[in-house]
Design a protein around this ligand. Structure first.
Ligand SMILES: *Cc1c(COP(=O)(O)O)cnc(C)c1O
Length: 356
């Protein structure tokens, strides 16, 4: 059991539901593990937090978060290592990003003990839900919603911070077919694109559904002013191989600061691969492709680590890419090996919970 100074009451289930994992194909985010963490912010302070059996909430219809989108979240994973212990990947970085999102959305920051220690303790309690099979993990979803029952358009005076977890199975993801989107935009300079807030996700569903009807898996977002610059691939960061360099748009107010992106860049640079974090024009993709320089593309994020892209529609053209033996394949295995405890964690990315 993980020890923490933070006052966190723990009320465990009488009977675990873990048996339901047998003979079940796990749809992402559908099966919660036994427990959840709940903390209440009220009267200007975080009140005591509790780990309790996963259960429904009771909230007033006037609850501010239902109406004005003051909701943020994180998405991270815990893995079963080869030695049986559990790793939470880059916990500190997710904590920092969560509070950055909170500031953007006028929400109170969550104290470190609540986010970091609370998360560790929750996973410790539900450690049996961290499946050890290759590719499996426990998806961890910390989130916060404005919970004051009031329709006034102002920051809420009450919040709920919660953490829920869902076991995820290895899924086979086929290479992505994307189109460069020029009608809809995800984020604009000065907007909330850098925050992991609910509204950003609500707004990308329609463009994504339209792209799916047209036979694509996702869109590649372009900038909100000119639609000439590449930003992200759906809700993942995007990376291209141009010549022998990996090129990816810089993070900022319109490109979310992906933690997987940061990890892959670090591993690439360590391996002596040149990485350029710079703006990329849609036109540059076309000309580099025609010159034979643009040979690979991928999406990068916690869900898939690296999702190979097999084609990109730009206007009337289809660029197609090699998805075998990609330059990033080795970086993906390095990342996977670090998490599994098979490779040395030189960057201190793993937060280890000793199982038992
Ligand atoms: C979460 C997210 C990413 C990926 O971030 P990771 O930390 O690597 O999971 C990229 N783009 C958007 C818009 C996101 O919300």
């Amino acid at each position: 059991m993980y020890e923490t100074a933070f006052s966190l009451s723990v009320n465990k289930v009488q009977q675990s539901r873990i048996g339901i994992l047998e003979n079940q194909t796990l749809e992402f985010g559908k099966v919660p593990s036994d427990h959840m963490l709940v903390a209440v912010y009220k009267d200007g302070n975080w009140q005591e937090a509790a780990i309790m059996p996963y259960q429904n909430l009771s909230l007033a219809p006037l609850t501010a978060g239902f109406h004005y989108g003051q909701t943020i979240f994180e998405g991270q994973k815990a893995f079963r290592r080869d030695d049986g212990n559990i790793t939470i990947f880059r916990l500190e970085k997710h904590f920092e990003r969560f509070n950055k999102s909170a500031r953007r959305m006028s929400m109170p920051e969550v104290p470190r003990e609540l986010f970091v220690d609370g998360l560790r303790q929750l996973i410790s309690v539900d450690q049996d839900w961290v499946i050890g099979d290759p590719g499996c993990s426990l998806y961890v979803r910390p989130f916060m919603i404005a919970s004051e029952p009031c329709l006034g358009v102002r920051p809420s005076s009450e919040y709920l911070f919660m953490i829920v977890t869902c076991p995820v199975a290895n899924y086979f993801d086929r290479p992505l077919r994307l189109k460069v989107e020029t009608q809809f935009v995800r984020a604009v300079e000065g907007g909330a694109g850098a925050a992991k807030c609910g509204g950003n996700y609500g707004a990308v569903l329609l463009p994504t559904e339209i792209a799916k009807e047209e036979g694509f898996d996702q869109v590649i977002w372009t900038d909100g002013k000119t639609n000439e610059w590449i930003e992200e691939a759906g809700v993942m960061n995007v990376m291209f191989r141009i010549g022998d360099s990996l090129v990816t748009p810089p993070v900022g107010s319109t490109v979310l600061e992906g933690i997987t992106r940061d990890s892959i860049i670090t591993l690439a640079r360590n391996a002596g691969i040149s990485v350029e974090e710079r703006r990329i024009k849609v036109d540059e993709l076309l000309s580099a492709y025609d010159d034979g320089l643009l040979t690979e593309a991928c999406g990068i994020g916690t869900a898939a680590v690296i999702a190979p892209i097999e084609s990109i529609r730009i206007g009337e053209r289809d660029l197609t890419f090699n998805v075998e033996d990609m330059l990033v394949d080795d970086l993906k295995s390095q990342l996977t090996d670090i998490r599994a405890g098979r490779a040395e964690d030189v960057h201190g990315w793993n937060d280890i919970i000793f199982a038992g």
